[in-house]
Design a protein around this ligand. Sequence first.
Ligand code: THU
Length: 129
Amino acid sequence: MKPAKLVKLAIEAAANAYAPYSRFQVGAALLTAGGKVFTGCNVENASYGLTICAERVALYKAVSSGERAFTALAVAANADDYCTPCGACRQVLAEFCGNAAVYMANRQGAYRVATVAELLPAAFALAKS
Ligand code: THU
């Protein structure tokens, strides 16, 4: 899938954001190795720390649907700045998709790209048994 299409899906996903506290709406679109797309948006809570980011919603939807391999992620917010994943999301993404391309977009659809490993060098990891 072309990056611009994945970015468009992320922008569309942002429309579902539940962000009454920050008013910062974020959407994510995650591409599996098999070509499926899982989208997510941020879901805030009155107890602010319970908020979950768009990227983790997309990833958890995908993993809970049986997916483990991902090639690309697009993230976009209702902002003119490029939306970059927060530190917590980088660590979660590193668990499943260190080599995936992350397209960090603005609301116009312009984007920058980096891999998860570039965004979080020396991510914490444990040996898998
Ligand atoms: N947010 C995301 O969904 N993804 C990010 O990468 C950055 C931050 C959300 C969390 C919160 O609902 C709002 O943006 C403001 O921080």
